[in-house]
Design a protein around this ligand. Structure first.
Ligand code: SIN
Length: 522
């Protein structure tokens, strides 16, 4: 009989979940992957720009490290950034070994550029279909390796286990057919929170449930105030907020206001290639000033052949909406894109709970600081996923150091009222309007009170019942609002009108945990 420690449960099927599953298998473990939708329906699939690694002839790991630290607005964990940038090339080699067809020019890897990168260092596949290409390749490998993969299966709770790990509770997404598993190591790779925001580039599966469930189980979470907004999503009434990749600006596209002015020139030395938070806020200010719903991303100066060959997903999407980007500018606006925070982990993917690991967007290592450098997220899933896989094979005690500031959150005393779709939609609107690109104390307080009230109403009232999706969404939204309210400064992706500048005293991470006594690793 196989030891349960050799049968880790991997929750989520984006780049981190699938890669860890493959590596676990190669290391002799018998992982199971569960995912609440289809295996390929993960945020990874929608990544366009590329995956960052210092593999170009004029690039170095030290440069990639320096760019990562600079973009992160004073809050990057340098040890994590060293690991990320140092191990990125080896992890890219793994993807090549698995068969990801990275684009080449004259037999050499083709490299693109994005904002705040001082070198072209984005590997891409199928032009701007990088995420989809990686996701499909990893999925195929997982199925070929015979790894057990359960679709339409949600993690509902993590109960206290023992040395082997927590006890996962699984169900169909509608909550039917609850299955209480055996204690086993669990890796949370459930991605971010994008679709909790009314406007987002993310697919609907990204509701932050893994983070909420780990938090309910007692895991430390951190950096929840740092939600990254992507500056350029397609902004047309009735159309989805499709990502218009930053790599387009890397190729020379520029942003203009309704008067045709390049409003980022003079605002930042790198203009349209300034860090993402700077560009997103500059656009937001233009929208408020003009009263319009979009600014314009102008790619008309790019050679048409190059534009269509390098960005087939974007150009095909736009053509389907009757817009030829080689002839007219693209209406764009900022939307929620990436959760920088999540389940706190150390550099080996260990959370603060024994046997519970996290990787990818659901995890917070501190590597992105307050503002993630574009295309560092896919590679993060691989680099810290590899380390988590090795820990799963050879577990050793450890876990994240608690941040200097940790807020104890009272567990919601539940009333167990039925969940309603309208409540979920109310959360999405409130996060977007009050915990969005520009925040303020009064708005954050109002939103937090509403999220807590909703979390209380919907949390289970009786023992043995498990929180549903709305209760978890309310909890996650509350964690974001609470952290944003506590951080009385502006830094990176977190901007407050009542505290508009970064403060040296806030050059620290912020953690959140349940008020219940923390369980310790043995
Ligand atoms: C983009 O292609 O603009 C997004 C890349 C990222 O978020 O890393």
């Amino acid at each position: 009989m196989v030891d349960r420690r050799e049968r880790p449960l991997i929750v989520g099927s984006g780049i981190a979940g699938l890669y860890v599953a493959l590596r676990c298998r190669e290391l002799g473990l018998r992982p199971t992957v569960v995912t609440k939708g289809r295996l390929e329906e993960a945020n990874t699939r929608y990544a366009q720009g590329g995956i960052a690694a210092a593999v170009g002839p004029d690039d170095t790991v030290a440069r990639h490290f320096a760019d990562t630290v600079r973009a992160g607005a004073g809050l990057v964990d340098r040890a994590a950034a060293r690991v990320l940038t140092g191990e990125a090339p080896a992890r890219i080699a793994d993807l090549v070994r698995y068969g990801v067809p990275f684009d080449t020019v004259d037999g050499r890897i083709a490299l693109g550029r994005e904002a705040a990168h001082t070198r072209a260092r984005l590997l891409h596949a199928g032009g701007d279909a990088t995420g989809s290409s990686i996701e499909e390749t990893l999925k195929r490998r997982v199925l070929e390796a015979g790894i057990e993969a359960r679709e339409r299966t949600s993690l509902r709770a993590l109960l206290p286990g023992g040395k082997e790990g927590p006890v996962p509770v699984l169900s169909a997404p509608d909550g039917s057919g609850i299955e209480v598993d055996q204690p086993r190591p669990v890796l949370v790779a459930t991605g971010g929170v994008g679709s909790l925001y009314r406007q987002s580039t993310n697919p609907s599966v990204t509701t932050g449930e893994g983070i909420a469930i780990a938090f309910r189980a007692g895991a430390l979470v951190s950096d929840m105030e740092f939600v990254q907004f992507h500056p350029t999503a397609f902004a047309r009434e009735g159309a989805p907020r499709f990502l218009i990749t930053e790599a387009l600006r890397g190729e020379g596209a520029v942003l203009r206001n309704e008067a045709g002015e390049r409003f980022l020139v003079g605002r930042h030395p790198d203009a349209e290639l300034a860090p993402r938070d700077v560009v997103a806020r500059a656009i937001q200010e233009e929208l408020v000033r003009s009263g319009r719903l979009h600014v314009l991303l102008d790619a008309t100066a790019l050679p048409r052949d190059r534009l269509f060959a390098r960005f087939p997903s974007v150009t095909n999407f736009l053509l389907a909406y009757g817009l030829d980007p080689s002839r007219e500018p693209i209406p764009v606006a900022p939307v929620a894109h990436y959760m920088i925070g999540g389940v706190s982990t150390d550099l080996e993917g260990r959370s603060s709970l024994p046997g519970l690991y996290a990787a990818g967007e659901a995890a917070a290592t501190g590597v992105h600081g307050a503002n993630r450098l574009g295309s560092n997220s896919l590679v993060e899933g691989l680099v810290f996923g590899e380390r988590a896989a090795r820990q799963l094979r050879h577990p050793a005690p450890g876990g994240p150091a608690a941040p200097e500031r940790v807020i104890d959150v009272r567990p919601p005393a539940g009333e167990g009222r039925p969940e309603e779709r309208a409540s979920f939609e109310a959360i999405r609107s409130a996060l977007w309007e009050e915990v969005g690109i520009v925040r303020s104390g009064p708005a954050l307080r109002g939103a937090l009170a509403r999220f807590e009230e909703l979390a209380r109403r919907t949390a289970p009232a009786r023992a043995g019942a498990y929180a549903g999706p709305v209760a978890n969404a309310a909890l996650t939204a509350g964690l974001i609002a609470r952290a944003a309210l506590a951080r009385t400064e502006s830094r990176g992706a977190h901007f407050r009108t009542d505290f508009p500048r970064p403060l040296p005293a806030w050059r620290r991470h912020l953690g959140l945990r349940l008020r219940a006594p923390a369980r310790r690793r043995p």
